[in-house]
Write a protein that binds this ligand. Structure first.
Ligand code: PLP
Length: 447
């Protein structure tokens, strides 16, 4: 690791770098942790201290850090052709190859791929495609989007409107004409004594009621993550997605599965919609694990039914006027191709099936701690919800900053976990071993 002039970095960072999702009022006092080096599941700070990265960067470094083959694949592509636009009739080898691979891996007839730079943009693209699709079908009033409280779909204007985490909306505006939210299907917070099945049916009914309230002719799509991530790793009751999809089908509402976190192995499958939850949605959006975070890339994967409508000659002369300078960026796509090749060669999904089950089981042993109300999630997408009272599930006051304090204690012991209000989230690289799991669980217990 190169020697870093930390004082200079801190000063530049403090004075000029606007960090995303950051409380500027405290940021200047505490300063930043400078990440300077990495290897597999570990990162190092500017002083050379090593940490096990329990959150895989931001749910994304799926194949682990600093893979030489990734560096080679990226460098090779830069040497060959580092950029070309794919507007109109140009393409590049990795953009085409990755699209074909995604079509092969995605469920059902989701065979057509549109590229952007990340998850938010993938969701924005989905909305534009859906609106174009219904316009071309002559169903011009079908425009509204329904999503869920505590769902997270990104930070661009539209994606943030679809996001239902109320905290994220404070101080900003969202598009309340276009986007409507139904409640969060959080089993842990369901009414005392209600069965999971009744709870599930109630939430599904809520979607149907909302569609009827808005008018099925006005509702275009429903957006959901297979497991809610940033809203607190909420695993819906069994059968929820299938029942929700049936309601969508009944009213001609498209189902968009936001797999920005869940795709590419986090739950032990390349895509979780079908393999974990038994549904084939109309659109899947993905990003993060698509390149394991090595380079920015997102994708919106459409069914052939949608593609057939938007790609035919249109009566009004419209063509698909949507795209970004960096759509299908060849270097990002080359990273995506290599990333999936590594995942397949090393059978990382199989590893997650096995090691993820162990991780889940070991984390659940923390449930005996007085502060731990719920340990939930699946495989390498987990969350610990800390509470003031385990019986009443009463929340700890936000001023106590319990999630942050636990994360700080973990960091002091060489483990990075993510604070999320009163919770802590874990989404490690998929290469985690049994020893790493044991270290994480022991460190969390002490912290
Ligand atoms: N969708 C989900 C489920 C996410 O978790 C995220 C980011 O965490 C996004 C969308 C937004 O992705 P990005 O930050 O790449 O724009």
């Amino acid at each position: 690791q190169q020697k870093i002039d930390m004082q200079t970095v801190w000063q530049q960072d403090k004075d000029h770098y606007i960090h995303p999702w950051t409380d500027f009022s405290t940021f200047k006092e505490t300063g930043s942790m400078v990440l300077a080096d990495s290897d597999n599941v570990h990162v190092k700070d500017g002083d050379g201290r090593e940490y096990l990265d329990g959150i895989g960067g931001l749910w994304c470094v799926n194949i682990g850090y600093a893979r030489e083959e990734m560096a080679e694949a990226i460098a090779d592509q830069i040497r060959q052709i580092p950029y070309y636009s794919s507007f109109g009739h140009h393409t590049t080898v990795p953009a085409a190859k990755l699209a074909a691979k995604l079509a092969e891996l995605a469920p059902g007839n989701l065979n057509h791929v549109f590229y952007g730079c990340g998850g938010s943009v993938a969701n924005d693209t989905a909305v534009r495609i859906i609106h174009f699709y219904f316009n071309q079908l002559g169903q011009k009033t079908k425009k509204k989007i329904i999503s869920r409280i505590d769902g997270y779909h990104g930070s661009t204007y539209m994606a943030m409107s679809i996001t239902g985490v109320k905290f994220d909306h404070i101080g900003f505006d969202i598009d309340e004409q276009l986007v409507h939210h139904i409640s969060c299907p959080n089993p842990y917070r369901r009414p005392e004594g209600q069965s999971l099945e009744d709870f599930c049916d109630e939430k599904v009914q809520e979607l149907e009621d909302k569609i009827l309230e808005l008018g099925a002719d006005n509702v275009a799509a429903f957006f959901a993550e297979p497991i809610m991530g940033a809203g607190g790793v909420i695993v819906q009751p069994d059968g929820y997605h299938k029942k929700i999809l049936a309601v969508c089908r009944k009213y001609g509402v498209l189902y968009v599965s936001d797999e920005v976190v869940t795709a590419f192995g986090r739950l032990g499958h390349m895509f979780a919609s079908e393999d974990e939850f038994g549904i084939v949605p109309d659109i899947i959006t993905c990003a993060k694990g698509l390149t394991s975070g090595y380079l920015p890339l997102g994708a919106t994967i459409l069914s052939s039914d949608i593609y057939d409508v938007i790609s035919k000659p249109q009566a009004d002369g419209a063509i698909f006027t949507h795209g970004y300078t960096y759509s299908g960026h060849p270097v990002s796509c080359a990273a995506g191709v290599k990333n999936i090749e590594i995942m397949e060669r090393e059978n990382l999904c199989g590893h997650v099936q096995e090691m993820g089950a162990y991780f889940e089981q070991q984390l659940k042993t923390l449930s005996d701690l007085q502060i731990v109300g719920d340990v939930r999630g699946r495989k390498f997408m987990m969350c610990i919800e800390n509470v003031a009272n385990k019986d009443t599930k009463e929340l700890i006051s936000p001023e106590a900053k319990v999630g942050n304090r636990i994360a700080d204690h973990c960091q002091a012991r060489g483990l990075i976990v993510r604070p999320l209000a009163h919770m802590n989230v874990l989404s490690p690289p998929l290469t985690l071993t049994r020893e790493h799991v044991d270290f994480m669980v022991a460190t969390l217990r002490e912290s």
